[in-house]
Design a protein around this ligand. Structure first.
Ligand SMILES: CC(=O)[C@@H](O)[C@H](O)COP(=O)(O)O
Ligand SMILES: NCC(=O)COP(=O)(O)O
Length: 243
């Protein structure tokens, strides 16, 4: 199972004072040295954390692969075609949101999504759609030409009690199996921590987890290398009993 390290919140700390440190580039290279299988970053329209210069600097320096998260806008499409990352993940975005609040509503945006998927595929970029654990959305993702999805695990992560968390985990498992049955590659992410990652990592149909906020928070106490190592170990241990 692959770990994508999202470095958004390295940039959050940097931007808090407008300094050059901590460097998202240094964080990405450090994460790769200590186990990251790919680097994920979200260039938001409001540039609240990752900035355009970060994207270009990272693209020329990272050794694994770049998974660029973006909203479906002409500006972001032009940027992605210019940067040409290995992967793009299309995510919903609202300026007033604290963080990503849900999955892309592919079902309501099929024509628009199909256009962005096609333009990115034409440029040789692999496209994943960030969607909720919902069969209709996953079918729509397949119908618009996407062959990769990332299941939004925020509802699972934020569940108020164990019963609701187990119910959402079951939905994630079923959604992953459905996507896999369509021949799609299944990733997952959002709100995952060392404390909740194992049940998701045990889902055999999921091949990649994208994790950022917890890793950056844990790095404040143990350093980024150790935070990445801890998460990789937790994923590896969980994967021993995948089903
Ligand atoms: C799509 C997703 O779940 C995250 O990768 C996203 O980047 C969250 O947004 P923030 O990083 O701004 O919290
Ligand atoms: N797509 C999920 C991601 O990249 C990281 O989300 P989070 O771990 O910062 O919540």
């Amino acid at each position: 199972m692959l770990l994508g390290v999202n470095i958004d919140h390295i940039a959050t700390v940097r931007n808090a004072r407008g300094t050059t440190y901590p460097s998202p580039l240094e964080a990405a290279l450090t994460a790769e040295t200590h186990g990251a299988d790919l680097i994920t970053l979200h260039l938001r329209e409001d540039r609240r954390h990752i900035r355009d210069a970060d994207v270009f600097a990272l693209k020329n320096a990272i050794k694994t692969r770049m998974n660029l998260e973006m909203a479906m806008t002409p500006e972001m499409l032009d940027n992605a075609l210019n940067v040409a990352p290995e992967d793009v993940c299309l995510v919903p975005e609202r300026r007033e949101e604290l963080t990503t609040e849900g999955g892309l509503d592919v079902l309501s945006l099929q024509e628009k999504t199909a256009y962005y998927v096609a333009k990115l595929h034409e440029a040789g970029i692999r496209v994943s759609l960030f969607v909720a654990a919902d069969h209709a959305q996953i079918q729509a993702a397949h119908d618009v030409g996407a062959r990769v999805i990332e299941i939004h695990t925020g509802t699972y992560a934020d569940a108020p009690d164990r019963k609701q968390q187990q119910a959402e985990l079951a939905r994630i498992r079923e959604a992953a199996a459905f996507a896999h049955s369509l021949g799609m590659t299944v990733n997952a992410g959002h709100g995952l921590t060392i404390h909740n990652v194992a049940p998701v990592a045990r889902i055999a149909d999921i091949v990649e987890l994208n994790i950022g906020h917890w890793l950056v928070a844990q790095a404040l106490f143990v350093g980024l290398p150790e935070a990445v190592r801890q998460m990789k170990e937790a994923m590896f241990r969980a994967r021993q009993t995948a089903y």
